[in-house]
Design a protein around this ligand. Sequence first.
Ligand SMILES: Nc1ncnc2c1ncn2[C@@H]1O[C@H](COP(=O)(O)OP(=O)(O)OP(=O)(O)O)[C@@H](O)[C@H]1O
Length: 248
Amino acid sequence: MQEPIVELNGLTKKYSNKRGVEQITLQVERGEVYGFFGPNGAGKTTVMKIITGLCRADQGSARLFGYDITTHYTQAMQKTGVLIETAEAFEYMSGYKNLQLASRLYPELGKSRIDEVLELVGLAKYKHEKVAGYSLGMKQRLGIAAALLSGPELLILDEPTNGLDIEGMVEMRKMMALLASEQGMTFFLSSHMIQEMELLCTRIGIVYEGRLIQEGLLSDLVNGQAQGSLEQLFINSIQEERGRKAYA
Ligand SMILES: Nc1ncnc2c1ncn2[C@@H]1O[C@H](COP(=O)(O)OP(=O)(O)OP(=O)(O)O)[C@@H](O)[C@H]1O
């Protein structure tokens, strides 16, 4: 069997206020689109920050491509693109110039790579316009273009649909679906847009108050529900967990 692309084992992090995440264990296989869901404050960003080396776990391990993120950071991140929360860009520069700046991190990249990623995210037409005139959706796509520059095989995206209108959200989902099907990219993403993400994800995890309360293939989990939707699974799982805690 192939090694998982993402492997989290007993990941635990507690902030000084005792919140955080506890015993998160999951795997993402090559080619999967993994959706990480949960209410506000459940712990999604904390997990994403740990697995991209932005924050340290107290316990447990996070491996990308078989490399531990704390002991082998460079190797773990070599084929990984990241967008955590809103994409930041220089507003007074064009999309193209922004990517040119970002590409300095990868001296080995050919000149054509910037045009390639702009094409992939559907911004080629607007590449010479200043980012100040971009919609939020275009800015998010530019952020993804930057994450794609190095030709990653794994994209870790925290709330890529954040702040997007319905059209922007649908476009974003279609773009990710294209990257998954045509480029064989693996995704680990979080979102509150559960109905949109149901159309995209192959495997999901639901986190509540720092703990993973559901995990598995979307088809297995959703087919087992009376309502047969991810939204219903999400609501049922969280209500059950609240009930369990109330009686504990
Ligand atoms: N730097 C920090 N210091 C203290 N507590 C924090 C810190 N960062 C996050 N937390 C707390 O840890 C918990 C998990 O937060 P996290 O941001 O990971 O949740 P989330 O699922 O990403 O939420 P959202 O959907 O609102 O983005 C929350 O209760 C939050 O208040």
